[in-house]
Design a binder for this molecule. Structure first.
Ligand code: NDP
Ligand SMILES: O=C1O[C@H](COP(=O)(O)O)[C@@H](O)[C@H](O)[C@H]1O
Length: 499
């Protein structure tokens, strides 16, 4: 399918009264509309509750306004929104939905292009896809694409079942599996930093890099998502998708061309080279944590086990740290450390690339060390890069002192802002699947993670809860690096803002 810059399509959002639609999808669509990036379009919102078109349009208006939009053309924007009350498990209702889709297609001249966005609980994904095909909503003259939210399965087996179901109605290149981290500006920048700079790529290997650290810490707790999170935990919620996706972008070989297939195939090769961590190795190379009560911004917060819909003796991890090894020529011997958790000290996603020490330290002085060179990629909340170098201290002598070179992308970005969704929605509309996950990536990342959950689910962690809310996680996460002679670079002291 040729990529067009101003797409035309009917966008069907399943789960249109939900949190994701309200907070991310409507504002993102509005931004695209406002920027003139959409040609002809209409939206059908689908959910069970009974709403008129007008009531639905009002909800959309509110959601767009909540995001600070006051422009007059909101009216024109919402006039293109229609609502269809429909239980996705009820086979009889798809025919009426199909009829509405055809009417809108011809009324707006949408060329039979359709996006089906599944913003619903994952247990419905397979049923919806099957019905869309059976009831001929996918029989269109234009393109048909399925945009599907996470989680894509609960483990490899369930992901395979789901994939089989959706593949009955959509081919792999029509499936857009969302990982919203791939829509983040600085995650997309990883490839450019690596492949557009002569000074980085030659050093990007085990000869010059000693270790890579990827941290994504959150201050929020589990909020209202206890029911989901109890079955998921941080390993499935963050590691299987966002953390491993960032690792694959950091570790992949340069693609021969910047096409979707070439980039995805290089990422898949990284997943294939990930050394499995199994059985007894799991607790040697991975650390799990669960937050205890604590104080965040001088407010007392409860322990995970006291949260709503959470078992008071829960064995679910809210924190994971791990050491990954990538067994290929480029990365043999270089540990990739990952760390993610809820109720941590700061909301921050950062990547630190630590370069090896120079072979001989000419500037050695007892009790003074020359700092290693670091390249820090600030994903959020700041966006930018910092290069930590050593330079001569001004004045007499040749003492070395650390200096930082900063590039701030565009200042503070909101967290999990509509921008990531805006980019990904636009990509799905124009047919660019590069920043969506291919089935092979999903399958390989599940098989890596399944080995770890197999051990953790079968052994109760007696130390839980093992980190205070507002801390940087359990001590064992620090020991994981100490064993290798490293430490976590602090994520708050290397902020681009403060440099
Ligand atoms: N919220 C977020 O920030 C994020 C969400 N996600 C994923 O997005 C998906 C949606 O999440 P979220 O919006 O938070 O969920 P919500 O629970 O807020 O919304 C669920 C939606 O599904 C509808 N629904 C439920 N059952 C049916 C049914 N049988 N038939 C038709 N509609 C139904 C609900 O409407 P009604 O009750 O009217 O039927 C509602 O519109 C999930 O897969 C989640 O994991 C992923 C990343 C972030
Ligand atoms: O996918 C998810 O991501 C968010 C964190 O996203 P961010 O963009 O704010 O870093 C996390 O809170 C949530 O549990 C998880 O499902």
């Amino acid at each position: 399918m040729a990529q067009t810059e101003k797409p035309t399509a009917l966008i069907m959002i399943f789960g249109a009264t939900g949190d994701l639609a309200n907070r991310k999808l409507f504002p993102s669509l509005y931004n695209l509309f406002e920027k003139g990036k959409l040609d002809k379009f209409a939206v059908v919102g689908v959910a069970r509750r009974s709403l008129s078109n007008e009531e639905f349009q009002l909800r959309v208006k509110e959601s767009v306004k909540e995001n600070g939009e006051t422009e007059a053309d909101i009216e024109e924007f919402v006039s293109k929104f229609y609502y269809h009350s429909h239980d996705v498990t009820d086979s009889s209702s798809y025919l009426a939905l199909g009829k509405l889709a055809e009417e809108l297609d011809s009324h707006y001249g949408l060329n039979g292009n359709r996006i089906f966005y599944l913003a619903m609980a994952p247990e419905f994904f397979g049923t919806i896809a099957e019905h869309l095909k059976k009831d001929k909503l996918t029989d269109v003259a234009g393109f048909k694409r399925l945009v599907i939210e996470k989680p894509f399965g609960h483990d490899l087996e369930s992901a395979k079942v789901l994939n089989k179901q959706i593949r009955k109605a959509f081919s792999e290149d029509e499936i857009y599996r969302i990982d919203h981290y791939l829509g983040k500006e600085m995650v997309q920048n990883i490839e450019v930093i690596r492949f557009a700079n002569a000074m980085f790529e030659p050093l990007w290997n085990n000869r010059y890099i000693s270790n890579i650290q990827v941290t994504s810490s959150e201050t929020l707790g589990v909020e209202e998502r206890g029911r989901y999170y109890e079955k998921s935990g941080a390993l499935r919620d963050m590691v299987q998708n966002h953390m491993l996706q960032m690792v694959s972008l950091l570790a992949m070989e340069p693609p021969i061309k910047l096409t979707t297939d070439e980039i995805r195939s290089e990422k898949v090769r990284v997943f294939r080279a990930l050394r499995p961590v199994k059985g007894e190795e799991v607790n040697e190379y991975f650390v799990r944590g669960q937050y205890d009560k604590g104080s965040m911004n001088e407010t007392d917060v409860p322990a995970y086990r006291q949260e709503e819909m959470v078992n008071p003796e829960s064995n679910t991890e809210t924190f994971v740290a791990g050491r990954l090894m990538i067994d290929n020529f480029r990365w043999a011997g270089v540990p990739f450390y990952i760390r993610t958790g809820k109720r941590m000290k700061a909301k921050s996603t950062k990547i630190v690339i630590q370069f090896k020490d120079i072979p001989m330290d000419l500037y050695y002085q007892p009790e003074k060390t020359v700092n290693p060179n670091l390249l820090v990629i600030h994903i959020q909340p700041e966006e930018g890069i910092t290069l930590h170098l050593n330079a001569k201290k001004s004045g007499q002598g040749t003492d070395a002192t650390p200096v930082k070179l900063n590039y701030a992308n565009k200042g503070i970005d909101g967290l999990n802002t509509p921008e990531a969704y805006e980019k990904l929605l636009f990509d799905s509309l124009r047919g660019d699947a590069t920043n969506f996950t291919h089935w092979d990536e999903v399958a390989l990342s599940w098989s890596f993670v399944d080995n770890i959950s197999a051990v953790w689910e079968n052994t109760k962690e007696p130390s839980f809860p093992n980190y205070a809310s507002g801390s940087m996680g359990p001590d064992a996460a620090d020991k994981l690096l100490e064993k290798d002679g490293f430490f976590w670079w602090p994520i708050t002291e290397i902020d681009v803002e403060k440099c």
